[in-house]
Design a protein around this ligand. Structure first.
Ligand code: NAD
Ligand code: DAU
Length: 342
């Protein structure tokens, strides 16, 4: 099978590329990524030179680029490419609308034209909005996004749905809860807190710290996408969650304890505007229909993730300093020099 993976230099996409190459030695991957601030080729450094993986620097909104890639032999598309950070969408939503909505439309149209057999839209539980103290999102929960980010993801989901309904397009949508694990950009809660704690910088806690997220290890999310890619039903939505609801302040305390740091680093800051209070995912459908379930507990996955960031302090340092943005130029510059020396 040959996959077109978009956004494969980001957090979840790069973990998925690695997951697929390991599990399916015969598969090929074309990885299309614009390398925005969130895309980092260092996330793929360990598979550099693997001939089964071809990286293409480009934009999902560019019809010529996408058409060229799909008119080769692509069997399925997995769309991770997105602007993904809620706080950034509050400051400026324009790139969110462009990439998350227009980019998805472009992928859908060109996939359709090229008769792609399977399309997976990687969506989010945030499209359902916010929960009170009880209950969990099911696939039947009405969509009620609250941030410009989640609104753009919900709009993309509706486009995907309409292409299935109108054109019989073979798409499936996944809606996952909060991921954590290696290679996550340190604007998101867990890597930000780990990085700050490692450098004895205060840990910013929005509002009262009692907002709840349902944490899932990125490996479990990758396994769920694998199940949907191979066994998912066309036109369906599958929720994916870790069944591990934890308030933010508790996540912060566990990180400080794991690193042996003082709770005096906890700093309550102004709340995020429109901050969703609680997410919880009911993933019964994917568990029963596609035989998937999360395997990594937060109690095991968090210390392992913290250990990864400690082992890869230079990765974190290069991301925080912006040095990683030069990696692509350096790598391709070196390659050009080698070629011209031949
Ligand atoms: P990320 O921000 O780490 O990575 C996004 C990637 O997309 C980057 O490599 C970036 O360069 C690329 N990209 C952005 N715009 C592009 C464009 N126009 N063309 C091509 N590439 C482009 O995001 P992530 O956390 O890995 O999330 C991946 C997907 O999963 C997103 O669609 C997100 O909405 C969804 N999701 C994320 C989570 C989570 O907890 N992180 C949970 C559920 C769903
Ligand atoms: O639920 C899935 C979503 O999870 C994905 O669709 C998004 O792409 C992903 O970014 C994530 O969204 P959140 O807004 O939940 O994640 P974030 O890491 O930004 O924040 C998690 C919680 O921590 C949230 O309640 C806000 C809070 N927070 C966040 C930051 C960055 C803080 O208290 N302090 C912080 O500094």
């Amino acid at each position: 099978m040959r996959l077109l993976i978009t956004g494969g230099a980001g957090f979840i996409g790069s973990n998925f590329v690695r997951y697929i190459l390991k599990k399916y030695p015969g598969y090929g991957i074309v990885n299309l990524d614009k390398l925005t601030y969130a895309g980092n080729l260092e996330n793929l450094a360990d598979i550099e030179g693997d001939s089964r993986h071809e990286f293409v620097h480009g934009d999902i909104c560019d019809p010529d680029c996408v058409h060229k890639l799909m008119s080769g032999s692509v069997d399925a598309v997995v769309n991770f490419a997105a602007e993904s950070h809620v706080d950034r969408s509050i400051l400026d939503s324009s790139e969110f609308v462009r990439t998350n909505i227009e980019g998805t439309r472009n992928l859908l149209d060109i996939s359709r034209r090229n008769k792609i057999g399977r399309y997976i839209q990687i969506s989010t539980d945030e499209v359902y909005g916010s929960l009170g103290d009880s209950g969990a999102f099911t696939e039947e929960t009405p969509i009620a996004p609250n941030s410009p980010y989640s609104a753009s993801k919900a709009a993309a989901d509706l486009l995907v749905r309409s292409y299935c309904h109108t054109h019989g397009f073979p798409a499936v949508i996944t809606r996952c809860s909060n991921n954590y694990g290696p290679c996550q950009f340190p604007e998101k809660l867990i890597p930000l807190l780990v990085s700050n704690a490692m450098s004895d910088i205060p840990l910013p806690i929005y509002g009262d710290g009692m907002n709840v997220r349902d944490w899932i290890h990125v490996e479990d999310h990758c396994a769920a996408i694998d199940a949907v890619l191979h066994r998912g039903e066309t036109g369906e939505v599958y929720n994916v969650g870790g069944r591990q609801e934890i308030p933010n302040i508790e996540v912060a305390r566990r990180i400080l304890a794991a690193l042996g740091k003082s709770e005096s680093l906890l700093t309550y800051v102004e709340d995020r505007p429109g901050h969703d209070r609680r997410y919880a995912i009911d993933s019964t459908k994917i568990e029963t229909e596609l035989d998937w379930k999360p395997r990594i507990t937060f109690a095991a996955g968090l210390p392992e993730t913290i250990a990864w960031y400690r082992r890869n302090a230079s990765w974190m340092e290069r991301v925080r300093s912006g040095a990683y943005l030069k990696y692509y130029d350096d790598m391709y510059g070196r390659r050009k020099q080698t070629l011209s020396a031949r």
